[in-house]
Design a protein around this ligand. Structure first.
Ligand SMILES: [Zn+2]
Ligand SMILES: [Zn+2]
Length: 271
């Protein structure tokens, strides 16, 4: 039987549109076995999105309440999407996603997860218009994740390509770009073995394919990483957007299984 889960879910406690309970009801509608909530962490140096510490505390209380309320109906997990530049890291979560949304540029810590015109401005201002230098620093930062904390899941591995389908400002087929990305995969190997196949940008109209790119999926496969499909959901209508297609894509690359959090432990389930 198919096991349906999404562990990368945002809600009104950060930048999502729906309350956790609305998300749970939608998950039940769609036949989910389980849902995990991953609030954004507190990054006080953020120039784009600062989640108040109070929201994070209230979020923990609410998810624990819902976990009890829906016991036996749907498994609810308390998680977090940590940015590498978070102010602090706690041990109170049932799972963690590690993501890079900010880079330590020559002008300090700056966020790049933005609309296309903002990203182009970002590359101009902080990398003198050189998008490959942007990619280099991005992947060096991703590669450094395990030195900060061994997160359970590598979040949207090639997030910097979010707007690249709308306007090609990074040549993702170039040897230079691919070598930066593959070096990061090799640095993560054996330290953080679960990577996310993130379909979130499809629901929001930025991309037509999930992260990571197929070429990088192959590199993850060759190096023995394990995938987990997630929708990085900010709107309940897209809770399982592109899940079936993502499974097919993984099978094409050679994967036979994906990971799921079951009874609090990561297990392999067939695709
Ligand atoms: Zn993210
Ligand atoms: Zn997210």
């Amino acid at each position: 039987m198919e096991y349906k889960q999404n562990l990368h879910t945002h809600s009104t406690y950060c930048d999502g549109k729906d309350t956790p309970e609305e998300m749970i009801l939608e998950a039940l509608n769609r036949g989910f076995n389980s849902i995990g909530f991953s609030i954004h962490s507190h990054v006080s140096r953020s120039s784009t999105l600062i989640i108040p510490l109070e929201n994070i505390e209230n979020f923990k209380v609410e998810i624990k309440r819902l976990k009890e309320k829906y016991k036996g109906v749907i498994d609810v997990y308390l998680g977090i999407e940590y940015d590498l530049y978070s102010d602090s890291f706690e041990d109170c979560y049932e799972y963690t996603i590690g993501s890079v949304h900010y880079l330590n540029t020559k002008n300090g810590i700056q966020g790049f997860d933005n609309k296309l015109d903002q990203v182009l401005k970002y590359v101009d201002e902080h990398f003198d218009g050189n998008s490959l230098q942007f990619a280099k620093l991005y992947y060096e930062t991703v590669a450094n994740m395990p030195n900060i904390k061994k997160f359970d899941i590598i979040g949207h591995f090639d997030l910097l390509t979010k707007n690249n389908e709308l306007k090609r400002f990074i040549d993702t087929n170039s040897q230079e770009y691919l070598s930066y990305a593959k070096d990061a995969i090799h640095a993560l190997k054996g330290k953080m073995d679960i990577f996310e196949v993130n379909t979130g940008a499809i629901g929001r109209g930025y991309k037509t394919k999930p992260y990571p790119d197929k070429e990088l999926l192959k590199e993850f496969f060759i190096n023995g990483f394990k995938p987990i499909i997630s929708s990085d959901c900010h709107n309940k209508n897209f809770l399982d957007v592109y899940f079936d297609e993502a499974k097919l894509l993984l099978k094409e690359v050679g994967f036979k299984s994906q990971m799921a959090l079951i009874d609090g432990k990561f297990e392999e389930i067939s695709l």
